[in-house]
Ligand binder design. Sequence first.
Ligand code: SF4
Length: 66
Amino acid sequence: MKIPASPRFEEERRRFGFEFTCEACAHFVPTIEVCGHGFPTDEHRDARYDGVSGAAIVFCKEWELA
Ligand code: SF4
């Protein structure tokens, strides 16, 4: 699911510690920085959302809490 970036989402995800990126996903293999299911990770990594990027927010339907 893809939603437009918004200051409100950014503020709330930080305030509530909302996790949705690969780094917090059970399927992520951090030692080699890949998805264990073989999915592309570019749109789901922390780096995409750090700072003020204005990038659209892309949720992975396979995300699972690590
Ligand atoms: S399942 Fe989705 S969120 Fe999880 S590591 Fe793979 S691409 Fe990232």
